[in-house]
Design a protein around this ligand. Structure first.
Ligand code: FNR
Length: 385
């Protein structure tokens, strides 16, 4: 049984002695505080999106079209918010989204995230372009659940090496991001000509990779520019197609989850290719401007794929949003920007604050819609307007 809702009692009790939370209680508040606290470049990199950022607006707009219908007079004293995905037990249908280059918002970056998440048993997804290595993050997360996100490199040796390092370090699924064969047109970053990777940020997994280093002339530190140029050349294999997933499967025993599916035909294609999971996502509006809000496509994808678990991200800003996505068929949600702001503001404690807030609100929303377990959440609790 769970009582994540108790977080609010802790806060109110502190209020009795005049103490208020150190951090904002809403995602909008966190974003505003982060805007003031982070360097302008780092904030723009995290907060920004593709083009005119219409996809980011569409992600939020999509949530406003699904309204929750509360239910009442049900005994909700005992509740269980836990769920299961690919063998992982989740205390709440929440996993951290893969977010790269966290070193630009906090020195402890993914290590702080791993620790905060592990203390709450919330699984993490580590980005390929992390600031700490696959192995260091594994160590920080102990026996907590973890997945590894792959940006599929243009050299197969490097791709296989990254995946096999993750497998050896106890990551239990490979999340292949499909929507980033090229980095999109991002005006906020273009205005300051800022791409963190080109400053050497987020490349630790390549710097520590034998296959990557084998193709580098000389040592990384002797000529970092050369290393970065090599990275630019192989960051993303633009030629991969569904058929190539067979190759990926040949180099790992881990389940493969594809991230960045929106069209139900792509979802069907992924299922035909044998993937074990699908993440409906538009990369938080960072890739295609004026794209469809990701939540709009969730029901169609869920209906298209049968029993393959579907997860969701893009625009999740609260535990209530997690509730809506789960009602629409998401097995779990990947939470992104809100905890990045928490990390930037207060390191590990900031991530904890955001995850606990989401888990508490999810628990409360479930209770107040008369549900005692995640199994009861479905479209009957929503109305489309
Ligand atoms: C991302 N995202 C991302 N996705 C991925 O597969 N690998 C990565 O390295 C990154 N890096 C990254 C950095 C930053 C700063 C952001 C904001 C996002 C996308 C991420 O996993 C997720 O899809 C979005 O964050 C979801 O959108 P919201 O809910 O954060 O707006």
């Amino acid at each position: 049984m769970t009582d994540h809702a108790n977080f609010q009692n802790e806060i109110y009790l502190q209020g009795m002695v005049g103490t208020t939370p150190d951090l904002p209680m809403t995602s909008a508040g966190l974003e505003e505080a982060a805007a003031a606290a982070l360097s302008p470049e780092a904030f723009a990199y995290v907060a920004g999106g593709a083009g005119d950022e219409r996809t980011m607006d569409a992600n939020r707009e999509a949530f406003s079209h699904w309204k929750v219908v509360p239910r009442t007079m049900v005994d909700v004293q005992q509740r269980d918010t836990s769920t299961e995905v690919l063998g992982l037990r989740l205390p709440s249908p929440i996993i951290t989204a893969p977010i790269g280059v966290l070193g630009i918002v906090h020195d402890e970056a993914e290590v702080a995230v791993a620790r905060a998440a592990a203390a709450l048993d919330v699984p993490i997804t580590l980005s390929t372009v992390s600031s700490y290595s696959i192995e260091d993050v594994a160590e920080a997360s102990g026996d907590n659940g973890r997945w590894f996100q792959l940006y599929w490199p243009g050299e197969r040796d490097v791709a296989a090496s990254l995946v096999q390092r993750a497998e050896a370090a106890g990551y239990s699924a490979i999340v292949v991001t499909l929507d980033t064969k090229m980095l999109a047109w991002r005006p906020r970053d273009l205005e300051t000509a800022y791409l963190p990777f080109l400053q050497g940020e987020g490349l630790t997994n390549y710097r520590t990779d034998e296959a990557f280093l084998a193709g580098l002339e000389g040592d990384w530190d002797d000529n970092p520019q050369l290393a970065i140029l090599r990275w630019i050349g192989l960051f993303a294999d633009r030629t991969v197609t569904w058929e190539d997933l067979d190759w990926l499967r040949s180099v790992t025993d881990l389940p493969i989850v594809v991230k960045g599916v929106l069209h139900p035909d792509d979802a069907r294609r992924a299922v035909d290719a044998g993937v074990e999971g699908i993440i409906v996502s538009n990369h938080g509006g960072r890739q295609v401007d004026n794209a469809v809000g990701a939540l709009m496509m969730l029901p169609e994808v869920v209906d298209a794929v049968g029993d393959v678990p579907v997860l969701f991200d893009s625009g999740i800003r609260s535990g209530a949003d997690v509730f809506t996505a789960v009602c629409l068929g998401a097995r779990a949600c990947l939470v992104g920007r809100p905890w990045v702001y928490g990390l930037g503001l207060a390191g590990e404690a900031g991530v904890t604050h955001v995850l606990r807030s989401f888990m508490a609100e999810f628990d409360l929303t479930m209770a107040l819609t008369g549900q005692t377990s995640v199994a009861g959440l479905d479209r009957h609790l929503l109305r489309h307007v």
